[in-house]
Design a protein around this ligand. Structure first.
Ligand SMILES: [Zn+2]
Length: 475
């Protein structure tokens, strides 16, 4: 049964100073409710919207980065609906029904070996925020957010697997971060709705999904629900469902409005915006390095593996951390990248990846990783010990050399000391020794014992050689 998933991604252009059509602040977070409003974003009669030029630039840059065509002129529309989050009772947005109106159309994004088509990228204003109380009679409205610039990215329904959706979303977010147009880690700055249908069935829209991990979970749940209904011959209704995070299910919220319910018409207060070829060329010239270009550079300049480069690029903060560390200690970029990807990332739990900084709660800076890798290079410590030190210093914030002094854990490369350890292990692990004599691969078990007994401090190469030599002379 074919599964079709399409996405609508909303991203606030937090890199701006002001809202889309007025001079109220774009950065409304932390302000008292309803203090970041003016007659324009409140939609008072007699006011006129004035389009924020930089918002158009940013939306254009996003369109270019997603491989979209940019029309030479764009139009804004009114989308009419009555809901308390809209003080004007209409939202100024874009609409493609009567020819091209959006800033970007017909794009394509590659992710791994797959790709997804972008239907359109449009610029619109964010509605206000409803804050629900404990009862139905207790709902508060905060218009501080109303009028903030929002870019909507709409994909074709060409995803069939929830895990691809997550990979795609990571790529989009990394792209937006690299463009510098939005801080995607701010609460509510990126929101994703997904629609999903089975072959021949109705389309269900899932809204209110808090994080990208939940988008994947919600889609899995919804696909199972629709499949089960289809097996029982129950029709899946066209509806909007909300993701209930606590119970990990989707629930029906309202029957979906049909397009015509919105009574779109061109916004009479904003003329057609003529962009022109010169403007589009100037935007293209301003584009910063994008994730796929950065990845190519990481492969070429630093010699990283494809996997390691991809993990770094997927999170701009991580990629930046890597490059600043290399600036401090340029000798071993691959070792730095490996330490970040295999060891440091392992110390970060999944929830932190959605907080303000990926390193939230960890006391780690570039200078720590640089020193740690220098110590590995100079054979002061091995990778096992580096890992132990890393785990310690992310809690204490001290420099690795200081942590090492405290641990008294310098690498043991003295053959005498290691031989002594091996001697005692050969006595206590007689059957393992017999196995290793027959099968050389079993020697790794003995090596493991040596590492354990020395607290990970023995030089593994020397230890393995000594074990093999001792096995060879054994009767
Ligand atoms: Zn305003």
């Amino acid at each position: 049964m074919e599964i079709k998933i399409g996405l609508e991604l909303h991203c606030q252009l937090t890199g701006l100073q002001s809202k889309l059509f007025c001079s109220c602040r774009c950065d409304y977070r932390g302000m008292s409710p309803n203090t970041n409003t003016c007659p324009i974003c409140s939609g008072l009669p007699g006011t006129l919207p004035l389009l924020n030029q930089r918002a158009v630039d940013y939306a254009g840059m996003i369109s270019i980065a997603l491989g979209c065509k940019i029309p030479t002129s764009v139009v804004f529309y009114r989308k009419n609906y009555f809901y308390p989050d809209l003080p004007k009772n209409f939202q100024i947005t874009q609409y493609n029904a009567y020819g091209i109106s959006s800033i970007g159309v017909e794009g394509k994004v590659d992710y791994g070996v797959k790709s997804s088509k972008i239907k359109r990228v449009q610029l619109e204003e964010d509605p206000g925020r409803l804050v629900y109380g404990n009862t139905n009679l207790d709902t508060l409205i905060d218009y501080n957010r109303a009028g903030v610039s929002l870019v909507e990215i709409v994909t074709e329904p060409d995803f069939s697997e929830p895990k691809d959706v997550r990979i795609f979303l990571n790529k989009i977010v990394s792209t937006i971060e690299h463009l510098g147009v939005s801080d995607t880690r701010l609460d509510g700055s990126v929101r994703c709705d997904a629609n999903v249908s089975l072959e021949g069935g109705n389309r269900v829209e899932i809204k209110n999904v808090g994080s990208f991990r939940d988008v994947e979970k919600a889609l899995r749940y919804e696909i199972t629900r629709q499949k089960t209904m289809s097996v029982r011959d129950i029709e899946v209704r066209s509806e909007t469902r909300h993701w209930d995070d606590a119970r990990s299910i989707t629930k029906q919220s309202r029957q979906k409005e049909e397009e015509e319910d919105y009574r779109y018409f061109p916004e009479p207060d904003i003329p057609t915006i003529v962009l022109g070829d010169d403007y589009i060329s100037s935007l293209k010239a301003k584009m910063p390095e994008l994730p796929h270009e950065r990845k190519t550079r990481f492969l070429g300049v630093y010699g990283l593996s494809d996997h390691v480069a991809q993990v770094l690029i997927d999170d701009k903060e991580l990629a930046d951390f890597f490059e600043s560390t290399v600036k401090i200690y340029p000798s071993s970029p691959t070792e730095i990248a490996n330490l970040i990807v295999s060891d440091l990332l392992g110390l970060i739990d999944d929830s932190a990846k959605e907080q303000r900084s990926i390193f939230s709660g960890l006391r780690i800076e570039e200078k720590h990783v640089a020193e740690l890798v220098r110590m590995i290079d100079q054979n002061v410590i091995n990778r096992n010990i580096a890992k132990m030190i890393l785990s310690k210093i992310t809690k204490t914030g001290e420099m690795p050399s200081h942590a090492l002094d405290e641990m008294d854990a310098s690498i043991i490369d003295s053959k005498d000391v290691i031989s002594e350890t091996i001697e005692s292990i050969f006595k206590s692990e007689k059957s393992a020794v017999r196995d290793a004599k027959q099968n050389p691969n079993a020697a790794n078990f003995l090596l493991g014992k040596v590492m354990k007994l020395t607290g990970g401090r023995a030089d593994p190469k020397i230890a393995l050689n000594l074990i093999k030599t001792k096995l060879a002379v054994l009767e």
